[in-house]
Design a protein around this ligand. Structure first.
Ligand SMILES: *[C@@H]1O[C@H](CO)[C@@H](O)[C@H](O)[C@H]1NC(C)=O
Ligand SMILES: *[C@@H]1O[C@H](CO)[C@@H](O)[C@H](O)[C@H]1NC(C)=O
Ligand SMILES: *[C@@H]1O[C@H](CO)[C@@H](O)[C@H](O)[C@H]1NC(C)=O
Ligand SMILES: *[C@@H]1O[C@H](CO)[C@@H](O)[C@H](O)[C@H]1NC(C)=O
Ligand SMILES: *[C@@H]1O[C@H](CO)[C@@H](O)[C@H](O)[C@H]1NC(C)=O
Ligand SMILES: *[C@@H]1O[C@H](CO)[C@@H](O)[C@H](O)[C@H]1NC(C)=O
Ligand SMILES: *[C@@H]1O[C@H](CO)[C@@H](O)[C@H](O)[C@H]1NC(C)=O
Ligand SMILES: *[C@@H]1O[C@H](CO)[C@@H](O)[C@H](O)[C@H]1NC(C)=O
Ligand SMILES: *[C@@H]1O[C@H](CO)[C@@H](O)[C@H](O)[C@H]1NC(C)=O
Ligand SMILES: *[C@@H]1O[C@H](CO)[C@@H](O)[C@H](O)[C@H]1NC(C)=O
Ligand SMILES: *[C@@H]1O[C@H](CO)[C@@H](O)[C@H](O)[C@H]1NC(C)=O
Ligand SMILES: *[C@@H]1O[C@H](CO)[C@@H](O)[C@H](O)[C@H]1NC(C)=O
Length: 547
């Protein structure tokens, strides 16, 4: 067994609860459940500069990425939507394997560069890393015609393409005019989910990498610019892809703000007429729990901490309430169009550890329970919080990373079509969380995530691993419930994660599911008198009970 389940012996933390302590889970959807999640719920955002690395091109499609997306599509019942965007959407770039990159040591470079189109470029991208700005992504980026081939390598997947808003003046407009026809032709035939114009414009005035708008740029100025440029995009679509200029397919996600309290206010932005043209399908905002190098950030304090997750999501719940009470976004679902654990691309040992996968489960299910209807987990080559590294680089081994297994768990939990609702079941400690999933108003699953940090050490591989007992009272007439577990040796594990006995690791079958023979599966728990169900959950692991 991968995880030693020393059940009876190890329940040191939580005394076996009395039935009277059971968490009662109702048969039908309780009033505090979130609205139905959008399908797909589990989705991704891929940093613009690195999309060709993730997807490959016509002659070299990235099959590993495709296998991982297909797994989630099968589990969830809908293929993840891929938003192609991020900092390099309106800023910069580098790509390994596809291009060679140049290092420029220009500390004094103040102006910002943007993804610009170079028709003569033979490669998909030409990125330049400027270490004074970022060592993680290029801050100068040209894309060539073959960039758009990457939209053809994952059949059945829909994309959101991010256009450049940050670059102002004629260079930006020329790039917009040149890339609309390329993007629309690449996304014709049902591959387009939505368009996006601009990434995190609420940071344009204040960006650490050099402001791209004057300090007096207001919400109204942003809205006017967004409206003018989306109208230009629409005109270009009418010329190049007229079938994509009608209202049903011509839709945006916006405003894609980095946060709810930066230099532009999301509520003011909607009030100032962002949706004047009635072309916004989803209200997209971004979220990170904290920063990779922020002092005091640890797994237990920052990620494996339900309170911290609640606090982070509360800002969005707040904005969402104001928007709906002021009727500013009627029928426009609230999503996180870019999110992950720690901004600045994650911290090694935290964002890439199994503990971050457990965070991802709590964060995503909590979002679903609070009316955030879809989440796009952000990815980029060599980023520490990645669900997977799509190609081998000098810095990072190609492979499926622990956060992917968190995505798998969430996909399993939200399976069931267009009417799946998630409710948060309150637990006592901030190191634990539980959720119930209702499909068409009927209880289908209960998830428990134990967030007590447990370090595995090779020095003491047989160390006793504590576990906690959770008791539920369920409306079941069955004798037993089936149990599926997400396991790894500890919250510090960066390999050896399994879901219900499955591995999706690259080295086994390029990301296709492989059943391991050394992990116990087929576990059940009895339903006792009065519908009482007890489940042992080892520290730093998660479980789904199937009703
Ligand atoms: C279980 O099997 C997998 C795949 O063969 C292997 O990588 C892993 O190390 C094994 N785990 C243990 C605890 O033996
Ligand atoms: C565009 O690409 C061509 C071919 O690689 C190159 O010669 C030219 O310098 C590029 N232009 C810019 C502005 O990078
Ligand atoms: C397609 O990808 C391969 C592998 O990364 C690369 O060698 C090739 O140049 C790419 N083709 C184009 C047209 O960019
Ligand atoms: C890539 O961009 C850099 C920086 O603009 C430029 O110097 C170089 O010539 C470009 N390479 C190609 C092949 O376009
Ligand atoms: C364009 O960006 C520059 C900063 O790079 C700024 O000074 C200028 O005011 C901007 N123009 C507009 C119209 O926003
Ligand atoms: C904003 O600042 C720019 C100079 O950066 C100035 O030209 C412009 O008139 C100002 N706009 C307003 C509305 O004050
Ligand atoms: C399409 O959208 C435009 C802009 O909002 C609107 O004026 C027009 O009536 C819409 N057409 C249809 C058929 O809904
Ligand atoms: C969990 O997060 C909350 C809110 O950020 C914080 O006050 C608390 O100290 C954290 N708990 C632990 C164990 O670090
Ligand atoms: C909720 O929004 C209001 C109005 O924008 C703001 O004053 C308040 O601080 C926000 N509260 C939280 C918890 O974000
Ligand atoms: C990465 O490895 C290649 C050879 O595999 C080497 O040419 C290149 O210089 C290395 N890049 C860095 C940044 O170390
Ligand atoms: C786990 O290991 C990390 C890193 O060494 C350490 O900071 C943390 O306190 C350990 N946690 C526990 C519960 O032992
Ligand atoms: C997990 O623990 C088992 C048992 O101690 C050990 O054999 C295996 O190598 C560990 N796997 C990893 C990835 O550390």
């Amino acid at each position: 067994m991968l995880v030693p389940l020393v059940l009876a012996a190890a329940s040191i933390a939580v005394a076996t609860p009395l039935s009277s302590n059971a968490i009662v889970v109702s048969e039908n959807v309780p009033t505090d459940a979130g609205p139905s999640v959008l399908q797909p719920f589990v989705s991704f955002s891929i940093e613009f500069a690195f999309f060709p690395d993730y997807a490959g091109n016509k002659s070299h499609p990235n099959v590993f990425s495709k296998n991982l997306l297909d797994n989630l599509g099968n589990l969830q019942g809908a293929q993840p939507i891929i938003r192609v965007g991020g900092n390099t959407q309106y800023a910069h770039r580098r790509t390994k394997a596809i291009i060679t990159f140049t290092l420029i040591h220009d500390i004094n470079q103040r102006t910002r560069d943007y993804a610009l189109y170079n028709q003569s470029l033979k490669t998909a991208t030409n990125g330049t890393i400027i270490p004074s700005k970022s060592t993680d992504y290029p801050t100068m980026l040209y894309i060539g015609p073959s960039y758009f081939e990457s939209y053809s390598t994952w059949p059945g997947t829909k994309f959101t393409h991010g256009f450049n808003l940050g670059k102002n003046g004629s260079e930006g407009l020329d790039t917009l005019r040149a890339t609309v026809p390329l993007a629309c032709k690449a996304l014709q035939g049902g591959k387009l989910a939505y368009w996006e114009l601009g990434n995190e414009p609420d940071l344009y005035k204040t960006s650490a990498q050099g402001p791209v708008r004057p300090s007096n740029w207001t919400e109204k100025d942003y809205v006017n610019e967004w409206l003018t440029k989306t109208e230009l995009i629409k005109k270009e679509l009418e010329k190049s892809c007229p079938d994509m200029a009608d209202n049903a397919t011509y839709q945006y996600i916006a405003p894609s703000f980095a946060g709810v309290s930066n230099s532009l206010n999301p509520v003011t932005t909607w009030r100032d007429g962002l949706n004047t043209d009635h072309d916004i399908a989803l209200n997209s905002e971004h979220n990170y729990i904290g920063g990779a190098t922020q002092p005091g950030v640890t797994l237990q304090h920052t990620l494996m901490n339900h309170t911290s997750t609640v606090k982070s999501v509360a800002q969005h719940v707040n904005v969402s309430r104001i928007l709906s009470s002021d009727h500013l976004t009627p029928n426009i679902p609230y999503i996180l169009g870019e999110t992950n654990s720690l901004y600045n691309e994650g911290a090694p040992g935290l964002s890439n550890a199994f503990g971050a996968a457990l965070w991802g489960i709590d964060f995503n299910l909590y979002c679903a329970s609070q009316g955030i209807r879809r989440t796009h987990m952000h990815q980029g080559l060599d980023y520490r919080y990645d669900s997977w590294q799509p190609i081998q680089t000098n810095k990072t081994t190609i492979g499926t990373k622990p956060p992917y297994y968190g995505n798998v768990f969430v996909a399993e939990m939200v399976h069931g079509g267009d009417d799946v609702q998630i409710v948060n079941l309150p637990l006592k400690e901030e190191t634990e969380a539980a959720y119930a999933a209702y499909v068409k108003d009927k209880l289908e699953r209960i998830a428990v995530v134990n967030l007590v940090e447990y370090n595995y050490t090779e020095a003491d591989p047989t160390a006793e691993r504590p576990s906690a007992t959770y008791t539920f009272q369920v409306p079941s007439t069955k004798d037993t419930l089936s149990v599926q577990r997400l396991s790894a040796n500890g919250s510090n594990a960066i390999t050896g994660v399994t879901w219900d006995g499955w591995s999706y690791n690259y080295e086994l079958d390029q990301g296709k599911p492989v059943r391991l023979h050394n992990v116990t599966v087929g576990e059940t728990v009895p339903v006792q008198k009065g519908g009482i169900v007890e489940i042992e959950v080892p520290y730093s692991s998660a479980v789904i009970l199937n009703l």
